[in-house]
Design a protein. Structure first.
Length: 743
């Protein structure tokens, strides 16, 4: 059985400018080996701080209410009765209150939601539900709100309470496997139904809130044990902005203070067992073409569907590029409007045809309003949605495209200055191209006998450089056919064998096809093929030629390609990066490499998102879409200082922060899980310094041969639990809560 030490701890750290640390005799309170979710708050409104934890072994929440000085001075009504010679009774400072449960609690926070001076408890439990517990008369607690959630089980750090939308009221954030749920507070201290925001950092192990002096309030998601394990999402009102993923190294434990000069991450690294303070540092890189990290806008996953169209265009007519995402499984179009600050706000969702996988943005009817062209092969319809007010209308059907359409594009194909509609259709397993002149006249049809698998995209490009737009038909297998524009409404269909493209297009990634205009004005189609990218066109003999070949290196596998200004950008599956290439001395050289959140890229497209801002990038990938803006600034998560214990065999783990010597400065407490000890550190006053270890002591002792699971410190909090206005240390370990009052 664990033995615990009772003694006075007092130490004076080196240096005359640091105050001494002192703790009086420790206090013990019963818990259990399955106790977790240690929280501190004033639960009875008496102005004194209490503590609570969940006891899943006994299916209950245990609350310890701090007694008044008068109650502590009273002698006990009867002497303590011991049932066992090794039994240890609770110390007298707190009175225990039990809340029986019919569930297993996995996460819990304490917060005063209604402002009456008494904190409520918010729990995440299994069966899956989020519950708000409030103290009623006496020691009776009851559930005042209950929400059904997707997953009851979750990390202990998956729940937080903070003013997320800046309205002065406390809100709740719940982290689930693929999303963050925000429960904003409404009237009378009640939580409103949640807003769901998908996340690209799947299976995150914790969530934190930060409101730094420099920068915007943000949620920070982290996943322990991953190289890219930290994602920052700014709070934009009651919504979440983009997700910026940083290379964090493999973190073992994390502490993120709510208030700091800038975003600060205290972490113990898994490999080295060193404690680090990491902060975000902006740097101007001379060779950078795009800002980093990329801005990820997570989108709900398409279950069982690989296609999800992502297209850029000015949807609301304010001069800034917006993003439209077609979600076939939800029969929805999501419009991400760009604000003046360059961020894309939470999507406006509009209904569309079932199975809509692609969209195109433009003013197709010349009325000055932006339209969105959609195709549904499932419902065999082509339609156009228009932006009205704050949403897209349901698409109005376009008549004249016969049979079953698979892809469509709007372009000036017959008369200059007039937009026509072209669609690839299927009838009896035979494919044809239908062109509607001016969207209204009878269709001009062209048979496409060379197609033997489903077409998915139709591109308009002057591939033969004769001044007329031609059409390229892309299939789900990556094959390409051409429909050449002969002028006056005449078209010629060519399969890959006819224009000599069978060998050239073999092994091309089907999502990589995109149109571009090369320096000099030549239109071409870009493709990614294994280790190379190519710009292809037709020569005077209508044979496919390589106009430009871009080599990205040997050990790469390209998934997408885009031409942006002087640079070519390719997505490399092997490194999980965007490679930015520029021609130097006749060769393509890498000038920048930007990490991707995942290595599953569907497409890379250049887009004019800002007026006069050059061509930015929009990358579609499995979690959503990424935006890469042209600019030289890179934001990195860098170590400001590190600390390594000089005790041989030590393993630093749990971190807490507070003023532990009442000198008005932040101190750090970190546990040594191997030696059952605690180290108190004074952080350096300036960057480049090193922390000073002020005190180290053994938290508890135990016989090594009798060591049992759960005896290490599982949780630690810094809070005033004695009512003397000084921060104390409280630990949850083995089957006890241990309190060290500050002396």
């Amino acid at each position: 059985m664990t033995g615990l030490l009772y003694f006075l701890l007092l130490a004076l750290p080196g240096g005359d400018d640091l105050a001494p640390f002192g703790f009086s005799g420790l206090e013990l309170y019963k818990a259990s080996t399955r106790a977790q979710c240690l929280v501190t708050a004033d639960f009875d409104g008496d102005g004194r701080r209490d503590f609570a934890f969940t006891n899943n072994e006994r299916s209950r929440i245990e609350i310890f209410l701090q007694k008044s000085p008068e109650e502590l001075a009273k002698p006990p009504d009867k002497p303590a009765q011991y049932d066992d010679v090794n039994e240890i009774h609770d110390d007298a400072r707190f009175q225990k209150v039990l809340i029986p449960l019919e569930s297993t609690v996995h996460a819990m926070v304490a917060v005063d939601l209604d402002g009456d001076g008494s904190a409520e408890l918010v729990t995440r439990s299994d069966p899956p539900r989020l519950e708000v517990w409030k103290r009623e008369a006496g020691d009776v607690w009851a559930v005042t709100q209950r929400f059904k959630i997707k997953e009851g089980a979750g990390p202990r750090q998956s729940l937080l309470a903070a003013d997320l939308n800046g309205d002065g009221r406390i809100d709740i954030a719940l982290l689930e496997k693929e999303a963050v749920q925000l429960y904003c507070q409404g009237e009378e201290g009640r939580l409103k139904p949640p807003e769901e925001f998908p996340t690209g950092l799947r299976d995150a192990t914790g969530i934190a809130f930060t409101r730094p002096a420099e920068g915007t309030a943000a949620l920070v998601l982290y996943r322990l044990g991953e190289e890219n394990g930290l994602a920052v999402r700014p709070l934009l009102g009651s919504a979440l902005g983009p997700e910026w993923v940083f290379r964090s190294g493999k973190m073992e434990t994390v502490l993120i203070p709510e208030r700091s000069e800038r975003l600060s991450v205290y972490t113990v690294m898994r490999v080295s067992d060193r404690l680090h303070l990491k902060t975000l540092v902006p740097k101007a890189e001379a060779d950078a073409v795009f800002e980093a990290p990329l801005s990820l806008y997570p989108v709900v996953a398409e279950r069982g569907i690989a296609e999800r169209g992502v297209v850029a265009g000015d949807v609301d007519g304010d001069g800034r590029g917006d993003i439209v995402v077609a979600r076939p499984s939800a029969s929805a179009l999501e419009v991400y409007l760009q604000d003046a600050d360059g961020l894309f706000r939470a999507p406006r969702t509009s209904s569309t045809f079932a199975g809509t996988a692609h969209a195109e943005v433009g003013d197709f009817d010349g009325d000055g309003k932006t339209d969105v062209l959609v195709v549904s092969s499932e419902e065999q319809v082509v339609g156009v949605a228009t932006w009205e007010g704050d949403h897209l209308t349901f698409p109005r059907r376009v008549d004249g495209i016969p049979d079953k359409p698979h892809a469509a594009v709007a372009a000036a194909l017959i008369e200059p200055g007039r937009t026509d509609l072209a669609g690839v259709t299927e009838a009896g397993r035979k494919y044809a191209l239908a062109v509607l002149p001016g969207w209204k006249e009878p269709a001009v049809t062209v048979a496409l006998p060379f197609l033997d698998n489903r077409p998915t995209r139709l591109l308009a490009v002057d591939i033969d450089a004769d001044g007329d737009l031609d059409l390229a038909v892309i299939t789900e297998r990556g094959d390409m056919g051409l429909v050449l524009n002969e002028g006056s409404g005449n078209f010629t269909a060519l399969g890959s064998e006819a224009f000599g493209g069978k060998w050239l297009l073999q092994d091309v990634d089907p999502n990589s096809y995109t149109t571009t205009t090369l320096p000099g004005g030549r239109a071409a189609i870009l493709v990614a093929k294994k280790t190379i990218g190519r710009a292809i066109g037709l020569d005077e003999n209508r044979k496919l030629v390589v106009v430009e070949q871009i080599s990205a290196g040997d050990n790469v596998k390209l998934l997408g390609i885009a031409w942006s200004g002087e640079e070519v950008v390719v997505a490399d599956e092997k490194t999980g990066s965007l490679l930015v290439l520029r021609r130097r001395d006749g060769e393509w050289k890498r000038v920048q490499e930007i990490e991707l959140p995942s290595n599953v890229v569907r497409s890379v497209r250049a887009a004019a998102l800002r007026p006069g801002g050059g061509m930015d990038l929009v990358v579609s990938e499995k979690s959503g879409f990424l935006v890469a803006r042209r600019g030289r600034q890179e934001l990195r998560l860098e170590s400001r200082w590190s600390y390594e214990s000089d005790v041989k065999g030590s393993k630093l783990r749990v971190i807490a922060a507070g003023d532990l010597n009442a000198d008005g400065r932040l101190d750090l407490a970190v546990t040594d899980v191997e030696k059952r000890a605690l180290e108190l550190l004074v952080p350096p006053a300036a960057a480049g310094g090193t922390p000073v270890r002020a005190l180290r002591f053994e938290i508890y002792e135990e016989k090594r041969e009798g060591r049992r699971g759960g005896s290490y410190v599982r949780e630690m909090e810094v809070a005033d639990l004695t009512g003397d206005k000084k921060d104390d240390l409280v630990f949850l370990l083995h089957d006890r809560v241990v309190l060290y009052p500050q002396e």
